[in-house]
Design a protein around this ligand. Structure first.
Ligand code: ZN
Length: 268
């Protein structure tokens, strides 16, 4: 009730919906960082989910260049080591292991993230939305990496996975539509990049975006590693990932590595 009235007041004052959501997110993260963790520390590796670096168009998903570099430094200073997401996905990894994954293939993945990963020798995984990388919609041409740019990134310590064709909420699709999103993105990546992706990141990746039927369809489409964007609330059988937001300063990032947001979901 209280939340609703604040929202109404903010909206009537001309504050946009995204700004309200961002304000809520920053408040939640700051509050959770100050609450002592009640769950046991994670005994396995942690996979971080990033979206863009220094590409503010992605809103709360964007991390500044300076902050991104500082987060990597901080993790090393705290005793973490970076390994591939696949290593953690398949072995569980150790409590001091971290992996970097990046969703959507925003242009900053090539402009900023790839050079940093290369310079530091960190393996990483990039999840491609095939319909966006096709550049058929005008907004994607400026902001999303096309197939040539993706091809130029390949090799070394980069794994490419699928993130669907159109980035839908899978829970709202018919089984036929879901199958198409899973298979067509796989086939398009294979056609354009010459690799058949075995990893799939669920768009939005929260518990409400996935179910047993979808999981089976994804496995049938040949994906053996299916990533969420949630930790304790992740759908069983998916690989958990921790979402890093624009607001994650040193204090919040340290809390994140310590598991303070493991019960938190973004899009609820
Ligand atoms: Zn995404």
């Amino acid at each position: 009730m209280w939340k609703k009235s604040v929202k109404t007041v903010l909206r009537s004052a001309g504050v946009r919906r995204e700004q309200i959501a961002a304000a809520r997110m920053v408040m939640e993260r700051a509050t959770l960082a100050s609450i002592p963790r009640t769950t046991a520390p994670k005994q396995t590796g942690r996979i971080l989910a990033y979206h863009s670096v220094a590409q503010p168009r992605t809103g709360v998903n964007d991390v500044s260049l300076q902050r991104f570099e500082r987060q990597l430094d901080m993790a090393i200073d705290l005793g973490f080591e970076f390994v591939s997401a696949l290593q953690i996905a398949h072995t569980g990894g150790a409590a001091n292991q971290l992996a970097i994954t990046v969703d959507d293939a925003w242009t900053s993945a090539a402009e900023h993230i790839a050079p940093i990963m290369r310079k530091r020798g960190i393996p990483w995984t990039l999840f491609v939305v095939s319909g966006w990388s096709d550049h058929t919609e005008s907004w994607t041409r400026k902001d999303i990496l096309g197939w040539d740019a993706l091809r130029a990134l390949m090799g070394g310590d980069l794994e490419l996975g699928s993130h669907s064709v159109t980035h839908p909420d899978f829970a709202k699709l018919t089984p036929q539509q879901a199958k198409m999103e899973l298979e067509t993105s796989r086939d398009r990546i294979a056609e354009k990049l010459g690799i058949v992706p075995k990893s799939f990141a669920i768009p939005y990746g929260q518990s409400a975006n996935w179910n047993a039927e979808l999981h089976k369809l994804a496995q049938d489409a040949g994906y053996d590693t299916i990533y969420s964007q949630a930790e304790t609330t992740a759908f069983p059988g998916t690989v958990r990932r921790t979402f890093v937001t624009k607001f994650d300063n040193r204090y919040i990032f340290k809390a994140l590595l310590n598991g303070s947001y493991d019960r938190w979901e973004e899009w609820v």
